[in-house]
Design a protein around this ligand. Structure first.
Ligand code: ADP
Ligand code: MG
Length: 429
């Protein structure tokens, strides 16, 4: 038991039917139907090995996005082949989530077998709760089709999807209302590392925050500054730009228009409040770079020409950030410093990642694009801990209890599989 949640040490899985939710959402090459990256699949292998070695009948639940993020979905079939290769044993796949075919396949499992179900987001109740305002309580999630159909077949629910722990959806929070539950090894590890970061970071503790998906960044900044966790926050990407805007500095009309278009205009007020409380701890860029005729051009803050769209931090800013990172004992990073996908605006990110590579500090990185940058610049081995969860990690650092953590605590208290009569609905397998 850790953090009030069962670990794999606390549950008996031999000959048991185990539903295991993993996060193996990876970029897909739609032309070939193969996966472009398998990092997340690799990360959950220890849990799956342990469960099958112990003789569980293992049923895997997962989601997979497609080309329009959060709007359409792809089959999990290619993942089964990758899982088979990594586990060195056949992983079955069925193109059904919780219908009769899936249920028959689950019933036919033998101890040590593994079956991957199709994308859980093909079931509408999973989807409609996604990034929308429609919320179902965990008790209500236990009454959704997915849970009603699969829970009766299972003895145990295990969640190893830390990367999805901020999602309030049936495949993540519903089963724990009915089945004895536990977290997998990856979940446990990620939870421990980031809890440690929150509780007793070695000092100085520096946060580096950038990127373009920044809605939770400001809440997180205020939590880590209020709690005295971060000694310094170095800001880049849109985070830095919003803070400068909040401080009355001119980042240029194109950058302001972009921030507004992305729906982050309201963060300017949050920025003002943060600066009024923690001005000395929040470091902002002093120079920027833009792409002009395909080449990098740098401007000092205050001298950004009208019409220039800044897309990276400048050399002076990056140099100062490097020194801060090299002098730190703990560094947490989320979000690149600029549009690192394009050569003229990648220098800020390469300089920061260089410092992350050679600092003696304990370094933690989270976020999909930050991980991509880490791989692009060959720093994977130099980073102390790469967290598979971006959104979940940030949400955790805002101090809010993650929905899946709450659900797992509930499920950890369930000792025996209950009676599946959910709200007068007689559930049959
Ligand atoms: P992560 O996935 O690591 O959390 P985000 O998704 O928040 O990172 O942001 C990554 C994206 O931010 C990258 O695609 C990058 O091009 C973009 N980006 C970084 N800085 C800027 C900027 N100043 N203006 C526009 N986009 C930016
Ligand atoms: Mg981000």
């Amino acid at each position: 038991m850790r953090f009030g949640i069962n670990t794999l040490d606390d549950v008996a899985v031999t000959d048991k039917t185990v539903l295991c939710r993993i996060d193996i959402n990876q970029p897909v090459d739609r032309k070939t139907g193969t996966l472009k990256d398998t990092t997340r699949i690799e990360a959950c292998i220890p849990t799956l090995k342990e469960l099958t070695n112990k003789g569980a009948k293992l049923v895997l639940l997962a989601h997979q996005g497609s080309d329009i993020e959060y709007k359409n979905f792809y089959t999990t079939e290619p993942h089964a082949a990758v899982l088979s290769r990594l586990l060195g044993k056949a992983v079955g796949f069925i193109d059904d989530v919780c219908g009769p075919a899936a249920r028959e396949a689950i019933k036919a499992l033998k101890s040590g077998d593994i079956l991957l179900l199709d994308n859980v987001r093909f079931v509408s109740e999973e989807q409609t709760l996604f990034e929308t305002t429609l919320l179902l309580s965990h008790e209500e999630q236990a009454k959704t089709l997915l849970v009603r159909k699969l829970a009766p077949l299972a003895d145990l629910y295990i969640c190893d999807a830390f990367a999805a722990a901020h999602r309030d959806q049936p495949s993540l929070c519903g089963f724990e209302q009915l089945l004895p539950s536990a977290m997998g090894r990856l979940f446990e590890e990620e939870f421990c590392v980031i809890s440690g970061l929150m509780e007793k970071p070695e000092r100085p503790c520096v946060f580096v925050l950038g990127g373009a998906k920044i809605s939770d960044a400001f809440l997180m900044m205020s939590t880590v500054l209020r709690g005295g966790i971060a000694d310094t926050v170095l800001t880049g990407g849109l985070v830095g730009e919003v803070l400068l805007w909040a401080d009355g500095k001119d980042i240029g009309e194109p950058a302001r228009a972009f921030i507004t278009k992305e729906g982050y205009g309201s963060l300017v007020e949050n920025g003002k409040e943060l600066l009024s409380k923690y001005r000395d701890k929040i470091v902002r860029p002093v120079d920027f770079a833009a792409k002009v005729d395909g080449a990098r051009v740098e401007y000092q803050l205050g001298k950004i020409p009208a019409g220039a769209l800044v897309l990276d931090i400048g050399t002076a800013t990056a140099t100062a950030y490097q020194n801060s990172i090299r002098g730190a004992k703990t560094v947490f990073v989320n979000g690149p410093m600029g549009v690192f996908e394009e050569a003229p605006t990648e220098q800020g990110t390469t300089m920061i990642w260089d410092a992350l590579g050679d600092t003696a500090a304990y370094t933690v990185i989270g976020g999909g694009d930050s991980i991509t940058a880490t791989r692009k610049y060959g720093k994977t081995r130099d980073i102390s801990y790469i967290c598979t969860g971006g959104g979940a990690l940030i949400r955790f650092l805002t101090g809010e209890e993650l929905p899946v953590v709450k659900a797992l605590r509930h499920g950890s208290a369930i000792k025996q599989k209950g009676n599946y009569s959910v709200d007068h609905v007689r559930v049959t397998a």
